[in-house]
Design a protein around this ligand. Structure first.
Ligand SMILES: NC(=O)c1ccc[n+]([C@@H]2O[C@H](COP(=O)([O-])OP(=O)(O)OC[C@H]3O[C@@H](n4cnc5c(N)ncnc54)[C@H](OP(=O)(O)O)[C@@H]3O)[C@@H](O)[C@H]2O)c1
Length: 332
């Protein structure tokens, strides 16, 4: 790639809280072979970026001057040689199948491999588009493809107020399954019910295993979709029906994961970023999301929209307050 101009981007030079995020002018390379240049219109925030900034993500930043950001919507402004699937003017959204250190999308313009963008869903604006791919593809991949969710299944969705969790509730309903949502305190209980959760368990004051047994008539859940991990993963396993499945996709609790001895059960992990490197998976996920948005079965839940890259630290503060429900978006 050759450097031809500059762009604004968010960087951080040391590990820390939201205050370490800075907007700076950085060199912008021209797209090389197989790459596209995207003018970013909106950025969808993910917990991964807060963990990365704090140094607790599963890979470390390269300091000083690390970029970050998985998810953005925008328009293709230029393409390199050998690009076959995208053209100048295409509305696209990024697929989080890359490393932040190479392609962090918190910026006004970013260069990405063409397999790291997909066509934006038809008929949605840039803010909605930035809140769509990662949440729904993670829910679709984890619940439907990995978890084999079927009509009538009870599924426990932990951290259900998160971007992925809200998408998972809608995905479960679309499958004809029965979503059981968890949240730590009671503040989001009603909003989760309004979103379609059949039951809500507040884990700070209710016993998860007892509640799941109660609402499933003593049987247990067929599936658990877990953002948290840690020692609590064993309780999720205890709440499964015989032969049930737990899909672990996040580690909000950084402590070691503990397994249940409520056998037989199957434990899967789901890493959407890795799965999304496969073009056929991207096609299936895009078709699932596109048809769901069109029918109205999938309606992205947007917690708050911040205007301007300069608001990125405020957006991270909201994420770390854990008062949000759904996706936090920054309009660029
Ligand atoms: N494997 C994958 O492909 C994949 C894809 C996307 C995201 N993820 C992972 O999924 C997790 C959620 O990401 P997100 O961006 O959707 O999250 P998010 O929107 O930031 O929401 C996370 C929610 O989880 C709850 N929570 C936060 N810290 C917690 C803790 N220590 N223990 C228990 N609950 C906690 C909070 O809800 P309450 O206050 O209501 O409890 C919070 O609102 C992250 O670990 C992320 O890295 C993985």
């Amino acid at each position: 790639m050759t450097t031809s101009s500059t762009t604004k981007a968010v960087l951080f030079h040391e590990l820390g809280g939201p205050e370490v995020l800075e907007v700076e002018e950085v060199p912008l390379a021209e797209p090389g072979p197989g790459e596209v240049l995207v003018r970013v219109e909106a950025i969808g925030l993910n917990r991964a970026e807060a963990l990365f900034r704090a140094g607790t993500y599963y890979y470390p930043p390269t300091l000083p001057g690390s970029r970050l950001g998985y998810e953005a919507s925008g328009v293709v402004e230029a393409v390199g040689t050998d690009v076959t699937e995208h053209a100048v003017g295409d509305a696209v959204t990024t697929v989080a199948n890359f490393d932040f250190r190479d392609h962090g999308v918190y910026g006004e313009r970013v260069v990405l491999p063409e397999e790291s963008v997909v066509r934006a869903p038809a008929g949605v604006d840039a803010v909605t588009s930035a809140a769509t791919w990662l949440t729904y593809s993670t829910a679709y991949g984890g619940l439907i493809e990995t978890g084999g969710l079927a009509p009538g299944d009870h599924v426990v969705i932990t951290g259900a107020s998160s971007g992925v969790g809200t998408a998972a509730i809608q995905t479960a309903l679309r499958a004809g399954a029965v979503p059981i949502a968890t949240t730590r305190g009671g503040a989001k209980r009603q909003r989760l019910l309004d979103l379609g959760a059949a039951h809500v368990i507040t884990t700070e004051s209710e016993d998860l295993v007892r509640e799941v047994r109660r609402v499933t008539g003593g049987v247990g859940a067929r599936l658990a979709f877990d953002a948290i991990g840690g020692p609590g993963f064993a309780a999720l396993g205890d709440a499964l029906a015989p032969g049930g499945t737990a899909v672990l996709y996040g580690t909000l609790d950084p402590r070691p994961v503990q397994l249940s001895l409520n056998w037989p059960q199957t434990v899967h992990t789901h890493a959407n970023g890795i799965t999304s490197r496969d073009a056929s998976y991207r096609r299936r996920a895009a078709a699932y999301i596109g048809s769901g948005l069109t029918s109205g079965a999938l309606t992205p839940v947007i917690a708050e929209v911040f205007d301007g890259l300069e608001r990125i630290a405020d957006a991270h503060r909201l994420m770390e307050s854990n008062t949000h429900l759904g996706k936090i978006v920054v309009r660029v």
